[in-house]
Write a protein that binds this ligand. Structure first.
Ligand code: PEP
Length: 250
């Protein structure tokens, strides 16, 4: 079901002590409104974070996972391992995974399938690079990312998908897509899903925006009709900033 979501991707930040402190700060600071709150600490701190958020409305999610169930894949983590410590949602397709770790649409399609087969929810990230935006290719790029990784899924699987449109040029750069640029792309994403599936599927999927969202720009971006919240990097590492973004839904 479509809902407002504010999700924090902590990336490779925060040791265990810092994780505990940030969660304690978030428990104090987060507003109570209708937005779902997710945080994605690094793998080694997930179990601790699950324990520390018990009884709160903060969901702890993973930043990645492997598509195989088990076996000789040194350094990798499976869906079953995540579920066994209480993780129900995984981020897949982040641009840093694509750029630094060679994750292709084909690999991502396998990861999405593995997560869904395990009953998990997926926050699927995608978005164009700067040169693709400048050359006017951004709609084509986004369409093919969606098509290659997600359009083999049956319509019923889409209740387990959250989309995060993240223009790569806006991630960690301080440069944000304007609220109108975000709305334009989010409307295009829904139109593309409606054409492949149905208006019903397109209308029920939450589509988050990611890319330098801060307390001072969140309200304007989130006020757009096709923007259902944000995937937040840098600003999710500070309780005041993250709660200042979540307040945009109040
Ligand atoms: C991200 O990495 O998903 C992200 C949106 O980062 P930032 O908010 O720092 O731009």
């Amino acid at each position: 079901m479509r809902k407002n979501i504010v999700a924090g991707n902590w990336k490779m930040n925060m040791n265990q002590e810092q994780t505990a402190q940030l969660i304690a700060d978030l428990k104090e600071a987060m507003p109570s409104n209708d937005a779902s709150v997710m945080i994605a600490p690094t793998f080694v701190n997930l179990a601790k974070a699950v324990e520390l958020t018990e009884g709160t409305n903060i969901e702890v999610i993973a930043q990645n996972m492997h598509f195989e169930a088990s076996g000789a894949y040194t350094g990798e983590i499976s869906a079953d391992m995540l579920k066994s410590i209480g993780i129900q949602t995984v981020i897949l397709g982040h641009s840093e995974r694509r750029a630094y770790f060679g994750e292709t649409d084909e690999i991502l399609a396998k990861k999405v399938k593995a997560a869904l087969d395990n009953g998990m929810q997926v926050v699927f990230c995608f978005g164009e690079e700067l040169d693709e935006r400048k050359s006017g290719e951004h709609f084509n790029v986004v369409e093919s990312q969606l098509k290659n990784a997600l359009f083999e899924l049956p319509a019923s699987a889409w209740s387990q998908i959250v989309l995060a449109y993240e223009p790569v040029w806006a991630i960690g750069t301080g440069e944000t897509a304007s609220a109108d640029q975000a709305q334009e792309m989010h409307a295009f994403i829904r139109k593309t899903i409606a054409a492949q599936y149905s208006n019903e599927v397109a209308d029920q999927v939450s589509v988050l925006y990611g890319g330098s969202v801060k307390p001072n720009n969140a309200s304007e971006i989130f006020s757009k009709p096709d923007v259902d919240g944000g995937l937040i990097g840098g600003a999710s590492l500070n309780a005041e900033d993250f709660s200042g973004i979540a307040v945009a839904f109040s």
